[in-house]
Design a protein around this ligand. Structure first.
Ligand code: 4AD
Ligand code: MG
Length: 483
């Protein structure tokens, strides 16, 4: 009979009364030995369950504690309490699982996000994380819907690979060789990966792009959506060692088409969340407003969460070149007052402080930056034609978002075999081992472009959560792999 239960969210939406329902969930609070606030995760709104005096014996009443799980059968009746139209008058109440009130870590009060990170296995039961993870789900669903509507093929690219797609060397090794010093060696004394499980050196993927490009050379339009791994020792509020990335790759697209797709995609996701998860967004909007109040005036965000989201769907992103971005930074009062920690000059890999200045102080909206110096971008990006010697740029695009910084990284790809081979040699990438990748340029090469959207950064943007550890169920960061 368990499957006969009605979800709290559905029940709270009805106005019909007089019929009997079965509800199940976890106790949030219990007042006056009579009023239970029951939550089943379908919404932050609790169902009020009323137990009439005399229905339960004292022993059972004592067991109705915060965190305990219940099955209640009872009549739906009009509610006198404010904020809800109906409540359930219990006919029978069964305790499915006890929760020792002395030991249960989540008290019915506000806990800090830091505390809840330590209790990540229970934090889904709080309003904040209920809203965040329902939104994360909605966004994941919307991603598939967006690409499905456009006729893209969802390609599952491998998690274990032998290549470094970004050429940045930030990879986790995958091996079954012993790590106690007894691994087989080659004649020159280095580890003999021919003896390893895959017969070669392998790692967790940093991006599905290279395999995605192979798919795009047949299906025209593909996307990937899966976990990616980076062994970068960055302890920041926007870096994870394991994060999810969405990577569309489109044949016959150039950098401009790529920007249009990315902008449309981001706006679609936000609109989807506003259409389907307004209740959760309103909750997070109020939560953020509360958090902002605690900050000094000059550090407060200009927009509330909902205001910001509405602004982003209603306005076009700013588009500038890297060269223009550097000039804006050099001309800024911020630079003149020496307020940047890192220096600014053409050729630098912009630091987070620079990106944030551009989006938060200068443009106050998402910005797409194109035409980065070739030297600081990945080998597969298309070299722009007609560059001044020493000032070569590539058809790269990064999207910078207020409060987040880089949310998307992408480019038009180098489709010319000779130019790509040269770039690979310049970057010391083993051309022979990547022969499969170069085949796409040998047999029917076409202009193509794609990008990667960091899913957690997108969830941060939509939920307003400042720490990336709070938008993924169980964060993997340097020196931390709990749960
Ligand atoms: O800019 P990135 O490194 O680009 C790529 O991996 C390309 N292969 C994508 C492509 O063109 N198909 O990463 C893309 C995005 C970043 O903009 C950022 O949003 C996110 O992935 N990202 C991270 N998110 C969380 N933690 C990290 N350590 C991240 N590194 C990148
Ligand atoms: Mg990037």
């Amino acid at each position: 009979m368990f499957n006969k239960r009605i979800k709290v969210k559905d029940l709270l939406q009805t106005e019909q009364t007089g019929h009997e329902v079965t509800v199940m969930g976890w106790v949030r609070t219990f007042r006056n030995n009579q009023f239970i606030a029951l939550n089943d995760g379908s919404t932050n709104n609790n169902l009020q369950v009323v137990t009439e005096l005399g229905l339960l014996d004292d022993a059972t009443i004592k067991r109705i504690t915060t965190g305990a799980s219940l099955k209640v059968v009872g009549e739906v009746v009009p509610s006198l309490g404010k904020g809800q139209k109906v409540e359930v008058k219990a006919r029978t109440l069964e305790i499915l699982g006890d929760s020792d009130a002395e030991k249960y870590p989540l008290q019915p009060k506000k806990h800090s996000l830091e505390f809840l990170r330590e209790k990540a296995h229970l934090r889904f039961r709080t309003n904040t994380f209920g809203s965040v993870f329902r939104l994360r789900h909605a966004l994941a669903f919307a991603i598939h819907q967006f690409f499905n509507e456009k006729g893209f093929v969802y390609l599952h690219t491998p998690i274990i690979t032998a290549s470094d797609a970004e050429g940045a060397g930030e990879m986790f090794r995958v091996t079954t060789l012993p790590i106690d010093g007894t691994a087989p060696r080659t004649a020159d004394g280095s580890i003999d990966f021919a003896e390893d499980f895959f017969g070669k050196s392998t790692n967790l993927t940093v991006s599905g792009q290279l395999e995605g490009e192979l798919g795009a050379m047949a299906f025209s339009d593909i996307y990937t959506f899966g976990p990616t791994f980076r062994a970068e020792n960055s302890n920041t509020t926007r870096h994870l060692a394991e994060f999810w990335m969405i990577e569309p790759e489109v044949a016959f697209n150039d950098i401009e088409d790529n920007m249009n797709l990315a902008e449309e995609f981001i706006q679609y996701l936000i609109r989807y969340a506003m259409e389907h998860n307004m209740e959760d967004l309103e909750f997070l909007d109020a939560r953020l407003a509360e958090e902002e109040k605690a900050k000094p005036q000059n550090e407060r965000a200009e927009f509330g969460l909902l205001e910001k989201l509405k602004f982003v769907v209603d306005n076009q992103f700013e588009r500038i070149t890297y060269t223009e971005a550097i000039q804006i930074l050099l001309d800024s009062p911020h630079y003149k007052k020496k307020k940047f920690k890192y220096d600014v000059s053409w050729g630098i890999d912009m630091q987070s402080e620079h990106e944030r200045y551009l989006v938060e102080k200068h443009f106050k909206k998402p910005v797409i930056v194109t035409g980065y110096p070739a030297a600081i971008k990945a080998f597969y990006m298309r070299l722009n034609d007609g560059c001044e010697p020493g000032k070569e740029t590539v058809a790269a695009m990064d999207i910078l978002a207020p409060g987040i910084g880089e949310i998307v990284g992408g480019s038009q790809r180098e489709e010319r075999l000779d130019k790509l081979e040269q770039r690979m040699k310049d970057f010391h990438i083993p051309v022979e081992e990547m022969s499969w990748y170069l085949d796409t340029r040998r047999f029917g090469s076409v202009p193509h472009a794609g990008f990667g959207l960091g899913f957690e950064r997108m969830v941060q943007f939509v939920t307003g959560m400042t720490n990336i550890r709070d938008v993924i169920a169980f964060a993997r960061t340097p020196k931390n792999c709990e749960f």
